[in-house]
Design a protein around this ligand. Structure first.
Ligand code: IMP
Length: 432
């Protein structure tokens, strides 16, 4: 093992997205998994879509950590995640069909994780319709309503599946209750019996996987295991630190790894943030550097379509105001910059270093969305490298202009560059 690899051996690593999600975290997590024993998901639900290419096979994972693709690694779905039991069973079955072992020795599901149920999905969709032009652009996976029930203390949790009779009664009661709300919204009520049957079957299947994951993780730390906490979504989709209300419903930033797993802050060693060499976002909400030219360029290459919903992502220039904010709230130790190769053909590349609105310059992200919506980016420009990067084997072999660009965006973010990624394959991951 060389010195570069050695530095990724550590007790605990949190990996987060520094932008609006879809930063290419799945691939970096996959690379880091080699050096860890356990991979933990701590927030979000099956709204996430982590794409990982292993050999000539492509996997898209929504709930299960990509560590499942590595024999011998243990994956934990932590208490901070919201889990649709039926969707989880479908994801497990999909993996098993492709020859991946998904036994209860390899996958643990927190007994205190909350459930996403069909009425959450339906409510998610109906609320979006009600919002009209103000819609969030959610993934319609029921994530917001599920976290809403958690906060309102009326949710069902994985631990409830342990007692099938009580679970079935609680579920039927909840479906009926929510049917009243759906009717009031002018939507169709959901079939109580069919849902009970479907979710009882999923509960039976998942029961062996349900565990006290907090105790499991603490025992693992005592045994000297290395743990990777894999973030979903990104900093600006965080319910507290993102562009509210155009956010998801969980803490996607580094602090969420503690609350979403039960591992305390003083046991966390390193935060690695992943960001694209440009900016993307799916769904509604402000995106100050959005740009039609770079958007058309990437969509034309068949890139930047959502892994969960297939929606074209909105694309813009790199926004250092945003990533500086991400460095503040996450406390980034190391940066991984992905999709550098997406910019291969550009003559000149813009980087946003500040915003201007109403005669004022903003070096940090304004919280008032009305101000943010008016913000015009202040750009600096750099030369493009104008050559394909995908065959480059080491960081030092990158063209000088590509290195200058990636080092500039790391400097403007205020974090140390550790990884530059130039394609979806594992070997296209260059460490500095
Ligand atoms: P929700 O999480 O489905 O409620 O969606 C809320 C917002 O977060 C929407 O703008 C979604 O497009 C966005 N979002 C949720 N999950 C992801 C993700 O994995 N990548 C990027 N955006 C996401």
């Amino acid at each position: 093992m060389d010195a570069k690899e050695q530095r990724y051996i550590m007790a605990t690593t949190i990996l987060v997205g520094a932008q609006w999600g879809d930063e290419g975290k799945g691939k970096i997590i996959d690379v880091l998994t080699d050096r860890n024993d356990i991979v933990v998901r701590y927030a979000g639900g099956n709204n996430a879509g982590h794409t990982v290419e292993v050999g000539d096979q492509k996997f898209v994972l929504h709930l299960i950590p990509s560590g499942i693709l590595h024999p011998g690694k243990v994956c934990v779905i932590g208490n901070g995640v919201v889990v649709d039991p039926v969707a989880l069973v479908a994801e497990m079955d999909g993996l098993v069909k492709r020859g991946i072992k998904v036994g209860s020795d390899r996958l643990l599901l927190s007994e205190t994780a909350h459930m996403v149920l069909p009425y959450h999905r339906e409510l998610d969709a109906q609320r979006e319709v009600l919002k009209g032009k103000q819609k969030i652009g959610t993934t319609k996976r029921g994530i917001g309503p599920a976290y809403g029930d958690k906060a309102a203390r009326i949710g069902l949790r994985m631990i409830d599946m342990a007692k099938p009779k009580e679970f079935s009664e609680k579920l039927a009661r909840k479906v009926k209750e929510n049917n009243e709300i759906l009717r009031a919204l002018g939507a169709k009520p959901l079939p109580v019996a069919a849902i009970s049957q479907e979710y009882l079957a999923a509960a039976k299947r998942l029961r062996p996987f349900v565990a006290n994951t907090v105790v499991y993780l603490h025992n693992a730390m005592k045994a000297g295991k290395n743990i990777l906490f894999e973030g979903a979504q990104g900093t600006f989709l965080d319910i507290d630190h993102g562009t509210y209300p155009y956010v998801t419903s969980s803490n996607t930033t580094a602090g969420g790894a503690c609350t979403g797993s039960g591992v305390p802050p003083n046991k966390m060693n390193t935060v690695i943030a992943v960001m694209k060499a440009y900016t993307t976002r799916v769904g509604e909400g402000p995106l100050p550097t959005e740009n039609a030219m770079i958007s058309d360029l990437l969509h034309g290459l068949g890139r930047e379509f959502g892994a969960t919903t297939g929606r074209p992502r909105r694309v813009g220039w790199f926004d250092a105001v945003a990533t500086r904010h991400a460095a503040m709230v996450n406390g980034i130790d190391e940066l991984a910059v992905t999709n550098l190769d997406g910019l291969d053909t550009l003559e000149r590349i813009k980087i946003c270093v500040a915003y201007r609105a109403g005669g004022k310059t903003y070096e940090t992200m304004p919280n008032d969305l009305a101000v943010l919506a008016k913000c015009k980016p202040v750009y600096i420009e750099m030369d493009g490298w104008k050559q394909p990067l995908h065959e480059v084997k080491t960081y030092g072999e990158l063209p000088a202009k590509a290195r200058a660009y990636v080092e500039k965006i790391a400097e403007l973010t205020g974090a140390k560059l550790a990884i530059a990624s130039i394609g979806p394959r594992r070997e296209q991951t260059l460490t500095t």
